[in-house]
Design a protein around this ligand. Structure first.
Ligand SMILES: NC(=O)CC[C@H](N)C(=O)O
Length: 226
């Protein structure tokens, strides 16, 4: 299993992602976007950061790199793809997943720990958790407010494509536990196939014992599950 961690100008969670995946025994390598995907790629991670300085909209420019066409092609063949934070923004901007991540309700960059409720534990990315389980992950973004039209949001809900929702410590989902104003408190979703996923919180930042928290490992293990 070799996961390509795709690096764009301005990516900054690329090395952390490789380290977190390697710690789990998942072979991961950095791939510069201009070099294209390795032929034998078995997984793709789009890491966090500020690709192209978040100009235009976060993720909009990276989504137009030719490598994203390759990512769409391998995703359609069933290769697992995970976008985290800026990678989630790139995922939506390149139509791997629906909707968009827009400027936080606060209009500020927010860096804090949040609680997430596992909405669907029947996906490769959430199989390590129980449905309804509350986990604590960090967020660090200025444009994390998930937006989508009502019909498509209903379809995401109806088809169990929501992975995580922002919640309070007890697991209750409400506006007071919504750090960025995301619609329906959505923090992460799947693509049409659940082998593709994007999420704003950072599992790779809570995946190393040295950091003192390993709750994110379950998400990264999705590469081995998918
Ligand atoms: N940590 C990140 O990936 C940052 C995400 C993004 N560039 C934002 O601020 O919205």
């Amino acid at each position: 299993m070799t996961v390509a961690v795709v690096r764009f100008g301005g990516s900054n969670c690329d090395r952390d992602s490789v380290q977190a995946l390697s710690h789990l025994g998942i072979d991961a390598e950095l791939v510069w976007h201009e070099d294209g995907l390795p032929e034998d790629v078995e997984g793709v991670m789009l890491p966090g950061g500020f690709s192209y300085g978040d100009y235009l909209r976060a993720g909009a420019m990276a989504a137009r790199s030719p490598i994203m066409q390759e990512v769409r092609e391998v995703a359609a063949e069933g290769v697992p793809v995970l976008g985290v934070c800026n990678g989630a923004q790139i995922g939506c901007e390149s139509s791997l997943t629906p909707g968009a991540f827009t400027t936080n309700r606060s209009a500020r960059f927010q860096c804090e720990h949040v609680h997430l409720r596992v909405e669907n534990a029947d996906t490769p990315w959430t199989a390590a958790y129980d449905e309804g389980q509350v986990v604590e992950f960090p967020i660090a973004h200025g444009e994390g407010r998930f937006e989508i039209d009502d019909d498509r949001l209903e379809a995401l809900e109806a088809n169990d494509r929501i992975l995580f929702k922002y919640c309070d410590e007890s697991g209750a989902v409400h506006d007071g536990a919504n750090p960025n104003g995301s619609k329906h408190n959505v923090a992460g979703i799947t693509g049409e196939d659940d082998t593709v996923a994007v999420m704003m919180p950072h599992p790779e930042r809570v995946s190393l014992p040295d950091i003192g928290a390993v709750e994110g490992q379950g998400v990264l293990r999705g590469f081995a599950e998918a």
